[in-house]
Each structure stands twice: as C-alpha cells, then as structure tokens.
Design a protein around this ligand. Structure first.
Ligand code: NAD
Ligand code: DAU
Length: 338
C-alpha cells in the first residue's frame, strides 16, 4: 500500500483532502502531519483514522528530525502546512517566513533524502499579486506578492522550483484561488460572516466591498491537487480555479440572503492594508493536462456550506473563544464577550 505524507492535515483544506482521498483511493495510506497551531484542529479529522488507513502525527514542518521520521516509507508528499491568513501576516510576518519559507525548505531537503516520487506544493494565486479590472492570472504571470503571507508563499514556490532545477526533485506546484466549504477556520470571510450572522452579530466588510475574489469549493481544489499528484508533470505549475468571481459585497449579499438577513447587518470597516483589488485565475492548463474540472456551482456550494455551519455549531463555537476573541479584538477593535 502506497504511503503519502499530507502536511497541514488538521487544517481546512488538508482535512478535506484527507477525507476525500480516503474515499476515492482505497489503496492509499495517509500520514496526516500537523503541528496543531491555532488553525489546526484534530476535530477536523474525527473518525478518519477508524479505517486504519490514516495515521495522525503531530509534528512541525520546520523540525528536521520530526519530518525525517514521518517520511519513513512515504512515496508522495503533499504540503498544505502554512500560516494562511493575510490579516494575521499584516500584524506580524515572522511566523509566515518561518513556516512557509523555512518549513518548505526543510520538507524539500527531507523529501530529497527520502527519495520521494512526487512532492506537491500547495500554493496560492496570491503569489501573482493583484489584477486590475481586466485579465486573469496564468502560470507565467509574474510573481508580485503584496502581503507577508503571499510573499512567503512566493518564496516557497521559488525554493520548490530550485529543488527541481538543481536536484531533479519531482516537484509540482498548484496555485489555487479562494476556497470555501466545511471546516474553514472562522477568520476567513465566508465562515466569519456566516457564524457572525448565526450569532446575531454584524459582518465587517473592508473598505467599500468592491474587491474581487474568485471562489472555488474546497472539494474541487482537493480533486485538482490529487490529479496534480498523480498526473502532473514534474517541474510544472498548475493554476486551479472555478471561474467564479464575486465582489466582496456580492458575496456578502449572497450570505445574508442565505441566512434570511438584510443589509442592516453589514458594517463597513477600515480597509485591509495593501488590499489586493482583484484575483481571477485561468485554470486551462490544469483542465487540459490533468483531466480535471470543477464540479460544484458556486450557488450550490455556498448553500451547502451555510447549512454545514448551521449543523455544526459545536465545531465553530468551540473555536470562537479564548485566543480567537483576542485576535478578533485586535483585528476589528470590537470586544466580544465569551
Ligand atoms: P489553514 O490555516 O486552515 O491550515 C493550515 C494547517 O497547517 C493547520 O492545520 C496548521 O496547524 C498547520 N501548520 C501551520 N504551521 C505548521 C507547521 N510549522 N508545521 C506543521 N503544520 C503546520 O489553511 P488552509 O486554508 O487549509 O490552507 C492550506 C494550504 O493551502 C496553505 O498552504 C495555503 O497557503 C494554501 N491555499 C489556501 C487557500 C484558501 O483559500 N484557504 C487557497 C489557495 C491555497
Ligand atoms: O486567493 C487564495 C487565498 O485566499 C489563500 O491563499 C489564503 O490562504 C486565503 O486566506 C484567502 O486569502 P484572502 O485574503 O483572499 O481571504 P479572506 O477570507 O481573508 O478575505 C477575502 C476577501 O474578503 C478579501 O478581499 C478581504 C475581505 N474581507 C475579509 C475579512 C476576513 C472582509 O471584507 N472582511 C473580513 O472580515
């Protein structure tokens, strides 16, 4: 049975990936590796070890010994582990450089020593920076990251490229647009707004709400990463997206309507520093070369996601407490009682 290492497996996308791969690839064993930072949550993996095909290992991708031990017998590495939130990187970038840049290099070195057959780096469209009103990102678009988060992800991509170029490590980079779906940490716009509304609170829209993001359901992203791992050409980059651009205000209105709320619940707050205006991704290469295409319509995916947060209130209420509320006060200047 092949053994794959999935880092960041207790986070949003990593845990959805583990769940999906266990479902569709009965011949794989997954080593689910995660440091369990504030964003990592073992509840995201509840029940998945039961079939005996997933082993959870608590470890840091920056720790050489821990990574080397986890790689024993592994043929494929999928690196989801990262500090992932732009707003937190504006408050301080050090953890982003440490994990996203330093951790990636540690993984690459260990993967080379272990002789893995594939190393997949899960990157982001944010490495391309911001678009104006026209055009879409292609794989050859210049890297022009705007935040410490996106700059650290771009740095990681360059290290992955170097490991392929210099050592022939069979690497693949995927760059996906904004994900939504179950198990997303409620600091990102969709789960933050849905859970605030379920709590009877307002939703903080940055600036005028005219910034555009290109949305994809997490299941579609996971399928693209799996296809890239199995069918991607080493050394290549694949953009992943679902052609679903929305202004933040359009998105907010869709969430309000899905929860039966009106626009009085919108609170326009101070804009994000250095806020990228627009992301839009051209994923033709992934569709042509990986035989992949997104399956979830945004309207259906959003309705399903809202329902998930309605049905899983214990999950997010356990997160929106303690350190989360301290962060909320720092970011939004609003004190929320537990
Ligand atoms: P997340 O914050 O929900 O999860 C990140 C996970 O990584 C957490 O479980 C955390 O505990 C773990 N982690 C952090 N530092 C670690 C370390 N040093 N060692 C081991 N584990 C560590 O993030 P996410 O939204 O699931 O994103 C996963 C990956 O996908 C990231 O690399 C991100 O850049 C990329 N990505 C995210 C999106 C999106 O819309 N969320 C889009 C494109 C790409
Ligand atoms: O594009 C891919 C990226 O998408 C990933 O690489 C990141 O890991 C992921 O966090 C996401 O980054 P964004 O910054 O686009 O996501 P976020 O949910 O933080 O913000 C989405 C948009 O919503 C952005 O324009 C800022 C706005 N926003 C966000 C928050 C949290 C608000 O207006 N209010 C908010 O409170």
């Amino acid at each position: 049975m092949s053994r794959w290492l999935v880092t960041g497996a207790a986070g949003f996308i990593g845990s959805n990936f583990v769940r999906r791969v266990l479902e569709v690839r009965p011949d794989l064993h997954l080593v689910a590796y995660d440091a369990l930072t504030y964003a990592g949550n073992l509840a995201n993996l509840d029940g998945l070890a039961d079939g005996g095909r997933m082993t959870f290992v608590r470890g840091d991708i920056c720790n050489q010994q821990e990574v080397a031990a986890a790689l024993d017998g592994v043929s494929v590495v999928i690196n989801f582990a990262a500090e992932s939130h732009v707003d937190r990187s504006i408050h301080g970038g050090a953890a982003f450089v440490q994990t996203n840049v330093g951790g990636t290099q540690t993984l690459l070195d260990a993967a080379r020593t272990a002789g893995v057959q594939r190393y997949v780096q899960v990157s982001t469209d944010e490495v391309y920076g911001s678009l104006g009103p026209e055009g879409r990102f292609v794989e050859d678009s210049p890297l022009q990251p705007s935040s410490a988060y996106s700059a650290s992800k771009a740095g990681a991509d360059l290290l992955v490229h170097a490991a392929h170029h210099t050592h022939g490590l069979p690497t693949i980079i995927t760059r996906c647009s904004n994900n939504y779906g179950p198990y997303q940490f409620p600091e990102k716009i969709i789960p933050l707004f849905v859970t605030n509304l379920l709590e009877g609170r307002s939703v903080p829209v940055y600036g005028t709400g005219q910034n555009v993001r290109d949305w994809i359901h997490v299941r579609d992203h996971c399928d693209a990463v799996l296809a890239a791992a199995e069918q991607g050409t080493p050394g290549r980059v694949y953009n992943v997206g679902a052609d679903s651009e929305k202004t933040n205000l359009e998105l907010t209105r869709a969430i309000l309507s899905g929860l039966g709320c009106d626009e009085s619940r919108i609170e326009y707050v101070q804009d994000r520093l250095g806020h990228d205006l627009r992301y839009a991704i051209d994923s033709s290469r992934a569709r042509q070369e990986l035989g992949w295409q997104p399956q979830v319509r945004f309207e259906d995916g959003l309705a399903e996601t809202i329902q998930w947060y309605r049905d899983n209130q214990d999950w997010w209420r356990a997160i929106k407490t303690g350190a989360y509320l301290k962060y909320y006060e720092l970011q939004y200047g609003e004190k929320v009682e537990e």
